[in-house]
Write a protein that binds this ligand. Sequence first.
Ligand code: MN
Length: 133
Amino acid sequence: MGARILLVEDNAANLELVRYLLASAGHTTVLARDGREAIEAAQRLRPDLMLTDLQMPVMDGFELLRHVRQVPSLAEIPVVAITAFSMACDREAVLDAGFSGYISKPIEPETFNQTIDGFLPPELRSAAGGGRP
Ligand code: MN
């Protein structure tokens, strides 16, 4: 049946690629361009999963995560960072901050949805076995 996923990304090319991949797995994607937009959308829509870029205008991914974890109705939503790591310590910073996980840029289309499934409950995972959504 697919999940409702909030995608937070200020880069149009990455946004389109991720949206395309999620749609191909039967998920519904809601878009936000920065952390502030994302919080508004999350409160309205209660997504099953949030995927967020780290570097964005207005409110970055770290600040977004802190806000989400402080709002009781949102605190349980998995939040996954999508980021281009420049150094090993960046990975530690992401996990130390409390993200549920991370996906490295550049996105690998072949494995992307499998990774996403790992953050979703079984009934919302993509139909990887070849079934219809
Ligand atoms: Mn960015």
